[in-house]
Design a protein around this ligand. Structure first.
Ligand code: BJ8
Length: 383
């Protein structure tokens, strides 16, 4: 696909992608295509794709439904969980409404309980995700991947053949490669575009139902950015920031804005909106494709894993490759696993990588924007 539009227009389009897909999901349902909704990077999308279903990330990004959620859930719970549950309960998320099934994984304790409550009013398929990554864990996870396949076959009265599954793996790998080729433009110093604009594409593209078009589209955007860069169009030189921690989207974009409004530029996202989702591929040539899918997903470096070596491997690599000057970790209030892991991340960044680190704990309200700006501005000044 040739991108003829200007980059600002492209970025704006992606910023509106989530809302624009509300109608698309309705259309998909009218065409008789099943929809599988999910909340997490551990969701093995290829299985659902091979069942002929569309997959979508469900809404969990604003505080508008948190009040309703707090009628059922405790107040001191992670806002992402409260928001997810609130959108589901109030039927304000069209993707949830049109999902034939919601797939959950046993990641953190709050999410596990949320799925239990959610199953009172929606079909929920809960996958038992081990919280370690050794051989025994892999066996369990592979059997869960197969159990999910059998569940979808039964539910949608279809057969997931090895051929369809391998096709899905190839397509999803192509999507990952293209997303990676896009965010890699940020290796340039000075950066070619703002991190916030890149984020809009990363986040918006997860709401595209036609995955077939994503690789060409991402490559065209990357090519356009490269061409403009070669012609001298770029951002000013500013401190290069890597954002890590909990997923960002909607309300929490305030952290990206705080970095870029105060003189920094976000050149890398080591979280589920960024590299954590795209960095590793499924081995397409593996003899046992279920084993390969299980291995790939179990290797995601989320703080629910203990220990969690893959997070540090990716983080270290990105700090080098993106010439990072400072790391900002965003954790959501009451997210125990990420909050606990900040200690190790701080140590790793400052003592092994020898660059400054700061952590910010936030929620989905706008109340702390002033404080965020002050703290992040002070951090950037120090760089
Ligand atoms: S793979 S980051 S998408 S679990 S922030 S709900 S962990 S209390 S979102 Fe996540 Fe999957 Fe991991 Fe990614 Fe719980 Fe923490 Fe809330 Fe979280």
């Amino acid at each position: 696909m040739e991108i003829i539009k200007d980059l600002p227009e492209v970025f704006q389009e992606f910023a509106e992608q989530r809302r624009n897909s509300f109608l698309a999901v309705k259309k998909i349902k009218e065409e008789g295509i099943p929809v599988v909704g999910a909340y997490c990077t551990y969701f093995p999308q290829e299985i659902a794709m091979a069942a002929g279903a569309a997959t979508v990330g469900l809404c969990s990004t604003s505080d508008e439904t948190i009040g309703e959620a707090e009628k059922d859930l405790p107040r001191n719970l992670c806002p992402l969980i409260k928001s997810s549950y609130g959108f589901a309960k109030t039927d304000k998320c069209p993707f949830f409404y049109f999902s034939d099934v919601v797939v959950g994984e046993t990641t953190c304790d709050g999410k596990k309980k949320m799925y239990e409550y959610m199953s009172e009013f929606k079909d929920v398929f809960l996958m038992e995700l081990p919280n370690t990554q050794g051989e025994e864990a892999l066996k369990l996870w592979k059997s869960e991947v197969i159990r999910f396949k059998e569940y979808l076959e039964e539910k949608f009265q279809t057969e997931i053949t090895e051929e369809k599954l391998r096709e899905a793996v190839k397509l999803q790998n192509a999507v990952r490669r293209s997303m990676k080729s896009l965010y890699q433009v940020m290796k340039h110093d000075p950066a070619p575009v703002k991190g916030y604009d890149l984020f809009k594409v990363l986040y918006g593209s997860t709401f595209k139902f036609n995955k077939e078009v994503i690789p060409a589209e991402m490559e065209a955007i990357a090519k356009k950015i490269e061409e403009e860069y070669a012609a001298g169009k770029m951002e000013e030189k500013r401190p290069r920031i890597l954002i890590t921690g909990c997923p960002i989207g909607g309300a929490t974009e305030k952290v990206i804005a705080a970095v870029e409004d105060n003189g920094g530029i976000v050149t890398a996202f080591e979280n589920c909106t960024g590299a954590k989702t795209y960095d590793r591929l499924v081995d397409e040539d593996a003899e046992d494709i279920y084993q390969a899918i299980a291995e790939r997903y179990l290797s995601v470096g989320c703080s629910v894993m203990a220990p969690n070596p893959n997070r540090f491997e990716l983080l270290g690599r990105m700090i080098e490759e993106y010439k990072i000057d400072g790391v900002v970790e965003m954790t959501l209030s009451a997210c125990h696993t990420y909050n606990l892991e900040t200690r190790k991340v701080r140590k790793f960044v400052t003592e092994e990588k020898h660059i400054p680190y700061m952590s910010v704990e936030t929620d989905y309200s706008r109340e702390d924007i002033g404080q965020l700006n002050t703290r992040i501005a002070a951090f950037l000044e120090m760089l």
